[in-house]
Design a protein. Sequence first.
Length: 200
Amino acid sequence: MNNIINFILANFGQILSLLLSIILIFLVNKEKKHWLLIFLLFFVIYFGFATFKSYLQFTIWKNHPISKYLLPPYQPISYFLSYSYHHFYKDFVWRLVGAFLVFLIIYTLNKLFKETLFYYEEYYMVTILTALIDFPLNFLLLITGLLMIFLWHIVGMVKKSSTFSEKISFKNYWVFLCIFFIIINIITKNNLHFVEAFKP
């Protein structure tokens, strides 16, 4: 039982992401507000859990005869805030940074290809799904999706049934691709050391 609890606590962000992604399977063709509601729920729970862990850490340090010297008035509060950021908030912040960068990329690509790569719904769908995967692995969601679109175009051209000017929609598959990468994220957590090197 303790092993299960420890596993959940150690992978809380990934498990939360997995559960919300499964819910999103049923919202693929729903309105934008439903997706934003799921993202808001993710934001509140993830941020709240990080804040709770930060509070527990502060309490533990405060009540310990040695670590209490790491807190005010012995140390500036910035020391504890820096510790909290790197241990509890950093992954979350960089998920959001990665999601914002992905939004800029898909928006720019769509303009360059005259709106033939993505539908409007994919702007927020891909951005939100990107936020559900740890940085920098979340970039693989977009890269893999673009690769799949490219391959579909190639197959269509070989069969002479499509051209690059035609739009091939991937929007019904982004969620499943996201779930795949979240599972990979959980399985490889703390094992992909070369990925960790990319984290600021």
